[in-house]
Design a protein around this ligand. Structure first.
Ligand code: AMP
Ligand code: MG
Length: 487
């Protein structure tokens, strides 16, 4: 039985209370034999949760929803989703629950969420389960993103349930305990709009302003300001993805947050070779969510958000549309500015370098990189050495370095700042082949490779001796890489 027992922390159930039309109170399935696989101690600390408590039997049960903490009302959240462009009006948490909200030590309200906690009324044909490999994958990649300074949901723990789950083969079942500033998605607004209840839509928008974009409350038009804040957050987020070579892989509207945090690490992966058309997901046959399409897809999703919010923008639809379009135009401009500034930083260019000079330099370098199919992460990292006068590492990544040599001469004349470059060009990302190794070992009970990989990617900018294999491009026999959804 799921118990309500006294817990050393008190949760809130704000979403459940304020947005009852969008939440179904529900309980996590009882895990027959829960066991820790990984616990994020620094994150526990941020949340004011004692790792020693969490490691005990009550803490373990709390983390998977089998002990409902004081104040919590676990709910499955309702949302809509455009999945690969097709509308699914009633998607919702099919295998997940919002356990509740928790005030962290800095006074910020954070969602604590369970993934893989059993079937809910939104499960449709699904079994409500998650398996260990994919939950560890989300843990690794989300914590790597956080360490890279990229907004993301966080991973507090992965607990094996003791259940075997049918996938292609039988796999150990697991629950991921996920933390976010909120789980509101573009699809949450599509859902509220779809009900036809404008009062609900307004309540949802006000809830989002209070929790995520409080500055919008003081604007002349708070709901329009909310929309603009989401545009800014997403423009910045997707620029950061592009700068590190991250491919989300399933940018459906239910997988795009209102906070601007990266969410739902299913088929995501980092580029190895710089090939802009790269798609990893096995089901993305048209390349809709390829690396290079991500900014355009973000804009498409934000247009769906605008459509959902129109009744709050203005009573006259035409005027509401005009306001939405004016705001949406800001996406390209802000995305472009964020990306250009990020690229300048990757090349270590000083503020005095003219924008057109920097832009030409960036374009030329990306052409060289693409023509040479160079490893994205290793190449940018190697530019730090090049800025210090050693072009050997960068040249070794290019089959024909002649064009690069000419480029380096022009670039060096701008006196790039190597130390600043090392602070933005990571040495260690969760490389696909290493993630696969860690998941395979972890699923088989050997957690050492997972621990080593996490140690590398959670401190990505400081190169350490002994970690060379975490910085190296994959062996040739590895590619091409395929990833999977809904696992
Ligand atoms: P995702 O692609 O992971 O964002 O999931 C899309 C939708 O499918 C969401 O509504 C999920 O809750 C649901 N879903 C994914 N896997 C399962 C599962 N095993 N059982 C039930 N629902 C699932
Ligand atoms: Mg999702």
């Amino acid at each position: 039985m799921t118990a309500t027992a006294s817990s050393p922390v008190s949760f809130d159930g704000r979403f459940a209370r304020e947005l009852g039309e969008m939440s179904i109170p529900w309980q996590a399935d009882e895990a027959p034999d829960p066991r820790f696989v990984v616990l994020n101690k620094p994150l526990a600390g941020e949340l004011g949760l004692d790792p020693a408590y969490l490691r005990g039997s009550d803490g373990l049960r709390l983390l998977i929803g089998n002990l409902v903490p004081d104040g919590a009302t676990p709910v499955a959240q309702a949302y809509t989703g455009h999945q690969f462009g097709s509308l699914a009006p009633r998607l919702g948490d099919g295998r997940a629950l919002l356990l509740g909200e928790l005030m962290d030590v800095e006074g910020r309200l954070r969602d604590v969420h369970l993934k893989g906690s059993g079937r809910t009324p939104f499960a449709r044909g699904g079994d409500g389960r998650a398996v260990l490999g994919p939950m560890l994958r989300e843990y690794i990649v989300s914590e790597a993103m956080h360490a890279l300074g990229i907004p993301t949901t966080r991973s507090l723990a992965v607990v094996a349930t003791g259940q075997q789950v049918q996938r292609e083969t039988m796999q150990p079942g697991a629950v991921l305990t996920r933390v976010a500033s909120s789980h509101l998605r573009v699809g949450s607004f599509q859902y509220a709009r779809g009900t036809g209840d404008i009062g609900l839509l307004r309540r949802l928008a006000d809830h989002a302003i209070t929790r995520l974009h409080p500055a919008a409350a003081a604007a002349r038009h708070p709901h329009l300001a909310l929309f603009q804040a989401v545009i800014s957050a997403q423009a910045s987020l997707v620029a950061q993805w592009m700068l590190v070579g991250f491919v989300h892989g399933v940018m459906n509207t239910d997988n795009m947050t209102i906070s601007g945090e990266t969410i739902d690490y299913g088929p995501c992966a980092f580029l190895d070779a710089f090939i802009p058309a790269t798609v990893f997901s096995s089901i993305d046959e048209t390349g809709r969510y390829s690396y290079r399409n991500q900014p355009a897809i973000a804009e498409w999703n934000l247009t769906r958000l605008a459509e959902s919010l129109l009744p709050l923008f203005h009573d006259e639809q035409e005027q509401a549309i005009a306001l939405a379009q004016e705001s949406l135009a800001g996406f390209r401009q802000q995305y472009g500015a964020a990306w250009s500034a990020g690229m300048r930083a990757k090349l270590g260019l000083a503020a005095g370098v003219e924008d057109d000079v920097a832009a030409t330099m960036v374009d030329e370098l990306l052409s060289i990189l693409q023509a040479g199919r160079a490893d994205h992460t290793a190449f940018f990292r190697s530019l730090g050495a090049a800025a210090r006068g050693n072009t050997g590492p960068a040249r070794s990544l290019l089959p024909d370095p002649a064009a690069f040599d000419a480029w380096v001469e022009r670039w060096s004349a701008e006196d790039p700042d190597a130390d600043a470059m090392d602070r933005v060009n990571p040495a260690y990302i969760p490389r696909n082949h290493l993630v696969e190794d860690a998941l395979a070992a972890g699923t088989g009970g050997d957690l050492a490779p997972l621990g080593q990989l996490l140690a590398a990617v959670t401190n990505p900018f400081v190169e350490r001796p002994g970690l060379e294999r975490f910085a190296a491009a994959p062996p040739v026999e590895f590619g091409p890489y395929r990833t999977f959804c809904g696992t």
